[in-house]
Design a protein around this ligand. Structure first.
Ligand SMILES: Nc1ccn([C@@H]2O[C@H](COP(=O)(O)OP(=O)(O)OP(=O)(O)O)[C@@H](O)[C@H]2O)c(=O)n1
Ligand SMILES: C[C@](O)(CO)[C@H](O)COP(=O)(O)O
Length: 254
């Protein structure tokens, strides 16, 4: 291993768990979301490369759709990753939380040998997160935070409502002060033992891993997110993602 390919040697080693087992219902009919192409390359491959771009990440665990494990292994074999990065593929579960737990179990199985101290959890559906954001999360965990989340201020005012399911106009209950709100992204970074405890303790379904650490009564901190770390959720997001890739290619030959 050359110095350029060796993980940064100052302390903790990092694994990235990539939940990729969702169907992508909001994206509309087609292959599972993580397997759909962005400018000819599957979204999951972009996401794996985004994690492997960090010199701190020595292991990537991809959590595949349960019926897509062989397909995921095949397509990752076809796309080059840095030599320093080990890759595992495991089958996912019915919820994001179950899928992350399965990925975390795979990290636990190898951590004694690999000395993994930090775990990132990164949505395959956020394929374009820049490496500087990944490294900022890792460095803040290294500095002692048990849980770190990239986040951005909101672009829109948010209203709390009394939800209605009959299609009628929803009454507004409150307008939370926007200056105190943030939209959270991934990768979220954790001290490994803290994330394991959170997944062992919190059993009801939550939308992100940091919320589980909050339930333990531990402090979660934010670092600046990035507008290119947006989640591909609806069809228009595919258009935006391909435009970002085209801009990168034009700017730096990516
Ligand atoms: N059972 C699940 C559900 C979601 N995910 C992953 O969690 C991430 C964030 O989820 P989201 O964007 O909501 O994806 P989907 O659940 O696929 O979207 P939808 O709700 O539109 O079906 C995605 O990378 C998705 O693949 C997962 O691994 N296992
Ligand atoms: C974890 C997450 O990416 C934070 O924004 C998000 O909550 C996961 O996606 P979902 O749409 O909530 O399932």
């Amino acid at each position: 291993m050359s110095d350029e390919t060796r993980p940064a040697g100052d302390g903790a080693r990092t694994a990235a768990v990539i939940p990729a087992a969702g169907r992508g219902v909001r994206l509309g009919p087609g292959a599972p979301k993580a397997l759909r192409a962005l400018n000819g390359t599957p979204m999951l491959v972009h996401a794996v490369r985004a994690m492997a771009a960090s010199r701190h990440v020595s292991l990537v665990v991809v959590v595949a759709p349960p019926d897509g494990e062989a397909e995921v292994k095949g397509l990752l074999a076809d796309h080059a990753l840095p030599d320093r990065t080990d890759l595992l593929v495991v089958p996912g579960g019915d919820t994001r939380q179950e899928s992350v737990k399965r990925g975390l179990d795979a990290v636990q199985a190898v951590q004694a040998d690999d000395g993994i101290d930090i775990v990132l959890v990164h949505d395959a559906a956020r394929p374009l997160v820049p490496v500087d954001t990944v490294d900022a999360v890792i460095e803040t965990v290294r500095d002692g935070a048990p849980a770190v989340v990239p986040a951005l201020p909101l672009a829109d005012t948010v209203k709390e409502v009394e939800p209605r399911t009959d299609g009628g106009p929803e009454p507004v209950v409150a307008t939370p002060p926007r200056a105190r709100l943030r939209a959270v992204q991934t990768p979220q970074g954790f001290d490994r033992a803290t994330l394991v405890r959170a997944h062992d303790t919190v059993t009801d379904d939550v939308t992100d891993d940091a919320s589980m650490v909050e339930r333990l009564g531990l402090q979660v901190v934010l670092v600046p997110g990035h507008e290119e770390a947006f989640k591909v959720t609806r069809p228009l997001d595919l258009v935006l993602a391909e435009a970002v890739l085209a801009r990168r290619r034009a700017n730096d030959g990516f």
